[in-house]
Design a binder for this molecule. Structure first.
Ligand code: ASP
Length: 354
């Protein structure tokens, strides 16, 4: 892959590598009026303040900036590769990314970048940088300030995060919940890591502690053979069977109701049971954005433990499906895989013990 690299600012105490993948942030309207990504050179013209920051700044751009709806597994590998290749050279990384799938990418990168002890901050915008009322400038500049924040050379943030609309969220806890307000992202089940007002207030108790001894090891074996099965009242047996009987599918994220409940029909339980007997892994997550799965709390979820459906606790769907791809790609021992699915790898969930 041919990346474009541009040095923006060569003086400053800390160094940050901006990885520009695309997204609304840098889009302009094409002839038909639709928004399409353009290259980062033009972005810098719109944010001249970048040159005034006390940060050494370099931008590396994807050869073709992407609408994040088009993100593929290979793009996650490319992001991880860029970070790995430049890890020693930079103090921090800011990933400019479309908002639509940012929570998936931030979750996946938080698994892939094992041993990370530098900030990797995802950000983007709801309105293109060229629009007068755009949120792009603020999001980028504060993300850079957070990325370069340190105490005596030790970074304040040493994990993968999403910065958006004045708030820093843990990447693997974030979700895009709104498409038409600036407050697009939430982290319902984990506290906000920092709030940007006049000062940037860090929530030190919630941040992943810095580990001076950890070494970055990128894990990039990912398995795409996963699916999300979202249930709804009236879902048909043949639709469920079509999904669960696909021989290629190895992992299923079951999006259930409330605290992990399903419809208690024999055909549904039998479909799940058969899929598990055929070797598929099923992880139960809630359709609710806040709260957690508690299998057995209601009669409608009691049977799940018995047939071997795993509880995803308070994990988001985004963090669950990416975790499934990540673990299926690298873990061959089924028991270890199940254990890891129900325990936190990168702060994405409160571990579930059964
Ligand atoms: N479709 C755009 C994207 O995800 C939306 C955005 O960036 O806000 O790339």
């Amino acid at each position: 892959m041919k990346y474009k690299i541009v040095n923006i600012n060569e003086t400053g105490e800390r160094s940050v590598l901006i990885i520009y993948t695309g997204g609304t942030f840098g889009m302009i309207q094409d002839e038909s009026g639709s928004l399409a990504p353009f290259n980062f050179g033009k972005v810098v013209e719109r944010v001249p303040e970048l040159r005034q920051l006390d940060i050494r700044l370099t931008v590396i751009s994807f050869p073709t900036p992407l609408d994040s709806s088009n993100i593929l597994i290979q793009d996650w590998k490319d992001m991880a590769y860029i970070i790995e290749e430049n890890y020693e050279q930079y103090d921090a990384f800011v990933v400019l990314h479309g908002t639509d799938t940012m929570a998936y990418s931030a979750s996946m990168l938080s698994y892939m970048l094992e041993g990370l002890n530098k900030p990797v901050i995802f950000t983007g915008a709801q309105m293109p940088i060229g629009s007068i009322r755009s949120d792009a400038r603020e999001n980028l500049i504060t993300a850079l300030e957070i990325a370069s924040a340190h105490t005596d050379g030790i970074p304040i943030v040493s994990e993968v995060c999403v910065y958006f609309n004045y708030r820093l969220l843990r990447g693997s806890r974030s979700q895009k919940l709104r498409s038409s307000t600036f407050a697009a992202f939430e982290s319902e089940n984990y506290p906000v890591l920092a709030e940007a007002g006049i000062e940037i207030e860090f929530n030190y108790a919630a941040l992943e502690p810095y580990n001076p001894n950890s070494e970055l090891k990128v894990q990039n074996q990912l398995d795409p053979n996963v699916i999300i099965l979202k249930i709804f009242p009236g879902i048909t047996e043949h639709a469920v069977k079509a999904i669960l009987s696909d021989p290629e599918v190895k992992g299923v994220v079951l999006e259930s109701f409330g605290s992990g409940n399903i419809m208690k029909f024999d055909w549904f339980i039998n479909c799940l049971k058969q899929a598990i007997e055929e070797g598929k892994i099923i992880l139960n997550v809630s359709q609710c954005v806040g709260g957690e799965v508690e299998q057995g709390k209601y009669e409608t979820s009691k049977g799940l433990n018995r047939i071997g459906v795993l509880s995803g606790g308070d994990i988001t769907t985004e963090a669950a499906i990416t975790k499934m791809m990540f673990l299926l790609g690298r873990e061959t021992d089924k028991d270890r895989l199940k254990h890891q699915l129900t325990h936190s790898l990168a702060g994405e969930m409160d571990s579930v013990w059964e």
